[in-house]
Design a protein around this ligand. Structure first.
Ligand code: AMP
Ligand code: ZN
Ligand code: FE
Ligand code: FE
Length: 295
């Protein structure tokens, strides 16, 4: 693909977007760090959906393995009057910051309720989800999402492929779709800043009608934007690189690796940011941390 050619002189220093078993990834934080180290990365940003529960294990494993773990988060944000889901990345956050932890606890509970409602809908379609329901009921630590359901449907043969579970059942507008409760973007950004982290717009190339959406979020105190995302085209990378430069934003990037399944398989270590971008983010986070201590 053209993507790799375009990135030929872009040496990956850090992958700043991966998911672990704390949310909907297949590998534990320790396993992710082991693989990231093997792939030659200097740092890995753990950005589970709406949880920081993987961070402690990740920090310990990172120290042991000699690779830096950046505590992060991918917050599902949105507005009550809109269908758009805006993912916000927080990087270099303090995993014990009370306001962020409180917000995540609420999100985790509402995701649990939502996951069970998705199962109710599948049952109404005569799909047997009893084993998964039992699993969900026993797992109160994990942040649940649709990929858990999609994997189950695939493993049990209700769909032929992981992707088909979304296309037929779980995607917006499909019969087992249940919306998430969204955090307002302004609240998400504030919680990340309160935790001494930087806030980035995740995978902007995946947002429907970027021009319109940007008008809605342009006044928020963004630190950066995820330019080097594994599914951005070379054109999108160019566009968002210029966008970031024009506005003085830092550039983030990563694989969105969830383990060896689905569209993000085989991507760990192949996508991310060069060292100069990493240092820029690090510097901005240090400034945010100072700001929280002054307030
Ligand atoms: P959730 O957080 O439960 O809404 O699930 C979101 C996750 O599901 C995303 O991070 C993706 O990994 C995956 N996902 C969402 N939509 C799709 C889709 N249409 N096809 C495949 N995976 C998807
Ligand atoms: Zn995910
Ligand atoms: Fe996302
Ligand atoms: Fe993600």
């Amino acid at each position: 693909m053209g993507y790799h050619e375009g990135m030929a002189n872009h040496r990956i220093f850090a992958d700043l977007h991966v998911h672990s078993t704390a949310s909907d990834g297949l590998l534990s934080p320790r396993e992710l760090l082991t693989r990231a180290k093997e792939a030659g990365l200097a740092a890995l940003g753990l950005t589970d959906h709406d949880t920081l529960r993987g961070v402690e294990e990740g920090l310990a494993a990172g120290l042991e393995l000699g690779i830096q773990l950046i505590p992060g988060i991918e917050l599902s944000c949105g507005w009550p009057d809109s269908d758009v889901s805006l993912h916000v990345l927080g990087l270099f956050v303090d995993p014990r910051a009370p306001a962020l932890v409180d917000l995540l606890d609420r999100q985790q509970k509402s995701r649990h309720v939502r996951a069970l409602r998705i199962l109710d809908r599948l049952e109404a379609l005569h799909i047997d989800v009893t084993p998964l329901r039992l699993e969900f009921q026993a797992q109160t630590d994990r942040v649940l999402g649709r990929p858990h359901v999609a994997r189950y449907l695939h493993e049990k043969g209700f769909v032929r492929e992981f992707q088909e579970a979304f296309n037929r059942l779980l995607a917006r507008g499909k019969p087992a779709y249940v919306p998430k409760e969204h955090v307002l973007p302004a609240d998400g950004v504030a919680a990340i800043h309160g935790a001494g982290g930087v806030a980035l717009i995740a995978h902007p190339g995946f947002l429907p009608s970027w021009e319109t959406l940007w008008l809605r979020i342009e006044d928020l105190p963004w630190d950066g934007i995820e330019v080097f995302y594994s599914e951005h085209t070379p054109q999108q990378i160019d566009f968002f690189t210029r966008f970031a430069r024009d506005r003085g934003f830092a550039c983030g990037g990563g694989s969105d690796y969830h383990g060896e399944y689905g569209k993000h398989a085989n991507r760990l270590g192949l996508f991310g940011v060069a060292e100069e971008h990493f240092r820029d983010l690090e510097r901005r986070a240090a400034q945010r941390l100072l700001d929280t201590q002054r307030n």
